[in-house]
Design a protein around this ligand. Structure first.
Ligand code: 6CS
Length: 283
């Protein structure tokens, strides 16, 4: 997997300036033209299957990058180059120009919708918790964890589950930031945290691969909404986002969208039954 240095950023800037001088219709068109010249779009991912995955040989897959790769191809951008990022660092990285787009299952929520330009919905999922077999502390919700002063829950830094646990009243020192799925799984197995929370499909993927009879999945987490992500573009790149949405809508209509995401366990119907407007307005 290639990481991009300052050079790519500087080259991108030079290309944009040249294209604007060449009469590209607007700065927005220049962005798509810049990506076409660059030959790839720099995407932020988390490496959390089935949303995003990086194989040992660096090959990037997962429902979010696969949809993005196909759409960018249709826009004339031949490939995507992925960088792994913590969820909490994705939006700052996008705003700093380190990525061209976040395609990682970054769920739409009002505060994120205010910070980026989301595409229409792509991947929807409920929340889950991984616990020891038998769910010894009887967790059904984040509030249950809050009520038990000896309990801890692990979640991604800057992620939705961390926010949900804190908002449910779990004190900061009992919400443990966990860098990735494998670490979260091990921490539950070793009893270092009482629960590890990720979206349902991510937890199910971890449990399937762990093949450990001493684990149990609580899904859905009571009181937690079903979220949907979208591709997240930098504010100012709305024309690129709109071009992306045109292709996404065509793929949803033709069935090609379902063909990409449903083998990963996602529902095309769920994404097609809601909109960015509704998700960004959700309380
Ligand atoms: O959007 C988020 O914050 C969450 N999305 C996924 C796919 N995994 C965990 C993360 O917290």
């Amino acid at each position: 997997m290639k990481k991009l240095g300052i050079l790519a950023g500087v080259a991108g800037l030079a290309v944009s300036t040249m294209l604007l001088a060449s009469g590209a219709r607007s700065a927005d068109d220049a962005k798509l033209e810049q990506l076409k010249q660059q030959g790839f779009a720099r995407v932020a991912i988390a490496n959390e299957p089935p949303y995003t995955a990086v194989a040992a040989d660096g090959k990037v897959s997962g429902a979010a990058p696969d949809v993005a790769r196909e759409i960018f191809k249709r826009l004339g951008v031949n490939d995507i180059v992925a960088s792994i990022s913590e969820y909490g660092a994705m939006i700052p990285g996008l705003q700093a120009g380190r990525f061209d787009v976040v395609t990682a299952g970054l769920f739409m929520k009002p505060e994120r919708c205010a910070a980026v330009a989301y595409s229409e919905p792509v991947l929807c999922d409920a929340e889950a918790m991984l616990v020891k077999k038998g769910n010894p502390k009887g967790f059904k919700s984040y509030a249950d964890i809050a009520k038990d002063s000896s309990s801890t829950v692990g979640a991604p830094g800057g992620g939705t589950e961390e926010k949900l646990a804190l908002n449910a009243g779990v004190p900061r020192d009992r919400v443990i930031v966990v860098p990735d799925g494998q670490s979260g799984l091990k921490m539950v197995q070793d009893g270092r945290i009482d629960a590890y929370s990720l979206p349902v499909l991510s937890i199910n993927d971890l449990v399937k691969k762990a093949n450990d009879p001493n684990l149990e999945v609580i899904a859905p987490v009571q009181g937690a909404p079903v979220y949907c992500d979208g591709a997240a573009f930098k504010k100012g790149d709305e024309a690129l986002r709109d071009a992306y949405d045109v292709e996404l809508a065509k793929m949803k209509k033709s069935g090609e969208f379902a063909k990409i995401i449903e083998p990963y366990g996602f529902s095309a119907k769920a994404a097609m039954s809601t909109t960015r407007e509704k998700l960004c307005a959700a309380k």
